[in-house]
Design a protein around this ligand. Sequence first.
Ligand code: MLT
Length: 324
Amino acid sequence: MKLPRLLLAALGLAFACQVGAQSKYPERPVTMIVPFAAGGPTDVVARIVGEHMSRTLGQQIVVENVAGAGGTTGITRGAQASADGYTIMMGHMGTHGAAPALYPGLKYDPAKDFEPIGLAAGTPILIVARKNHPATDLKSFIEWLKTNGDKVNMAHAGVGSVSHSTGVLFNSVVGVKPTFITYKGTGPALNDLMAGTVDFMTDQIVNVAPQVQGKTVKAFAIATATRSPALADVPTTKEGGLNGYEVSAWNAVFAPKGTPKEIVAKLTDALDKALDDEGTRKRLLDLGGVIPEKSGRGGAALQTLVVSEVARWTPVLKGSGDAK
Ligand code: MLT
């Protein structure tokens, strides 16, 4: 019978074309979805690492900002994109750690619906306020928060975002309930903080470091065990007398589930080379970013991180009563 040979030949040709396409990948620009507004920490990290990844891949990585729902709108779009390597995304501790606790109808599973490419940068959290705030240190700021209750306006980038999750944790540790003001990213939130139209937020260092250095916002503390070299004058929360609030976020690259392994490997290699590049490292370090050690890079390490972060944040956020 001719059919099987014809069918086999067609299948063989299709397979050969697929293998050929993978070996030539990428043959056109790659879209990197950033699930928040331009100018915020996720966007900044994406553009810094994306620029060097473009050089390694030989094709432009084009950032597309798709904001909304604490980053889950953009990540949902990325998860549902063709698994051909031409759509990747920059997720983070919010979209791939906090979101499942806050979105019962979440259309993706952070641990199952992606091919993890690798961690891009750790981003310590700072407590930052408008520059004309009357408090002079973390202790007096917390007293002010307690005195002013829900008259205080606290910015975040949507339920489940890093600024929301770390803000909910801060409020529960301190015992306050400010009024939340939602933005499409902490880039726009920072503009209002600088304008003084919102009181404070907990945000990633790579977003606020230049403004803290330029004194256009006031940083009361950094929520890590040791100070950041990029902001050496900003005390830790512990130094400021606040125990139980040490938290860092992270940003990481993901591809849709089913992206061919050869393509995943090329993306992981490009990210790794970006994090080894002196110029790229300097840009991230100058903003207070934490560059993952070699052992913390790649898909397996990121997958382990995602699983542990979902497990960590679910009880914190489900119990907070601030889910919506
Ligand atoms: C951003 O890029 O705007 C932030 O990551 C938002 C957030 O998660 O707080």
